[in-house]
Design a protein around this ligand. Structure first.
Ligand code: FES
Length: 147
């Protein structure tokens, strides 16, 4: 789809990815404005329903960015988040969606470049996949309502 600008939600742990995003900003490393960051105290606080809700509300892709393995400030929040992301990917597959619309990413607070690169690569991947199927459903409903 031409000129498709995906809407992407990034649930970012306060201790790592959020700080890395801040670092990218202070180093003037740009990343696509498509990525809307939601700061969370730990990715362990992100439940499957939060990811599904973001998709239902029109996000074309969602990623959860947490601390590196073994570095979670709440012991294993990032591990639990990884399981939940995998669970949502399975649900998406069962629905016939691309599971790549959802991803778990790990980084440390000092990885500003990685944050920016991840945001760019994820945005590019979602551009290739096209708009979320939810948007087609909504468009269908709008068209039906107009008839
Ligand atoms: Fe960062 Fe748990 S504190 S993922």
């Amino acid at each position: 789809m031409e000129n498709f600008e995906p809407e992407i939600v990034a649930f970012c742990c306060h201790y790592c990815a959020y700080t890395a995003a801040d670092m990218a900003g202070s180093k003037r490393i740009s990343y696509p404005p498509n990525v809307k960051i939601i700061r969370v105290p730990c990715t362990g606080k992100v439940d499957a329903i939060h990811i599904m809700k973001a998709l239902e509300k029109g996000a074309d892709g969602v990623y959860v960015a947490g601390c590196l393995e073994g570095d979670c400030h709440f012991k294993n929040g990032n591990t639990r988040a990884g399981y939940r992301v995998a669970h949502v990917q399975k649900i998406l597959e069962e629905l016939g969606w691309e599971k790549e619309r959802v991803e778990m990413i790990r980084m440390s607070a000092g990885m500003g470049e990685l944050f920016a690169r991840t945001a760019s690569e994820f945005t590019e991947k979602i551009k290739q996949l096209g708009p979320s199927p939810v948007k087609y459903i909504n468009t269908d409903n709008h068209q039906k309502a107009a008839i």
